[in-house]
Design a binder for this molecule. Sequence first.
Ligand code: SAH
Ligand code: SF4
Length: 344
Amino acid sequence: MDSLEEMLALEGADEVEALFRKAYAVKLEHIGPRVSVRGLIEAGNACAKDCFYCGIRKSNLKVQRYELKEDEMVELARKAKDFGYASVVIQSGEIESEEHTRKIERTVQRIAELNMGITLSLGEQDADVYKRWREAGATRYLLRIETANRQMYARLHPESHSYDRRLKCLKELRKCDYQVGTGVMCALPGESVQNLADAIRFFRDEDVDMIGMGPYIPHPDTPLGVGVELDKERRLITGLKMIAAARITLPKVNIAAATALQALAEDGRERGIKAGANVLMPNVTDVEYRANYQLYAGKPCLNENAGLCRACLDRRLEAIGEKILYGERGDSLRYFERCRNEQR
Ligand code: SAH
Ligand code: SF4
């Protein structure tokens, strides 16, 4: 079980379980039986992009668009803090405008005053926008490369969406001194084991601080989602194998157990932790908006408010012997390790 390709090609239930156990042992050694949490704020579903897989893509006219106001986001962050989540993630469709930039800038400043960690996941932006948000107080940024294979990228996006710009954005984020997170979707149509292994090598070569990956889940109102078979267990296992391979390769990075795992199985997130993940992002968005932010079909907890989510999380993690790090920001250990090395 040495090369990435070998790990990711495993099929037998016993071998796959052994891989998960090995990855979990690496997590316990480097991170311990601890899980970091961030409250997820789904800030808006307006998007200028048209990714073929995504339910809130610009051309999906069935979506009722919404946009949270600055005060609403700050209020959600306050609520997250009351729950003991010391960090939030602000995520939305991709919008590039001065008005949006300024709104996020002010929101970040106000949430930073609450002494909370802030991760942004707002897509591709110009370097000066990343810089302004960093200066406002955001310390982490998630921008998935989606696939480490250019041909696959071209199959998943319209021609106007540029792989090179995505790569450039990741470099800009690093220059701005964010903790940089990236990731891919897995279980994509036409994907090979080689594609998956290349993704893990991409994370390693870019020396990322955080990884957010999840299985692709077809959305019926998208070009890619039509006629794709939904074998939930197979998608879930592919997602878990990717987490395990990433943990074994990069012991100190933050790895999220994506909500997409939970969409495929009720205990998907716990299984993600047992395969080596160490971050969870419970949704704190108000229930009234959640249904309008459906990137994929079958999004979980559409009707559960944040309080219910927290109680459920506690119970589930306790059952697998893991402890939630309430009151801690949960920064990437790899980020600090790299900073120390650079100072030497
Ligand atoms: N607009 C921003 C952030 C929101 S989308 C961006 O694109 O970076 C966040 C992530 O959702 C994307 O990176 C993509 O990997 C994931 N996603 C979108 N559609 C999906 C689907 N059908 N199944 C699984 N993940 C999906
Ligand atoms: Fe927009 Fe992100 Fe969805 Fe692409 S994945 S359509 S950028 S929200």
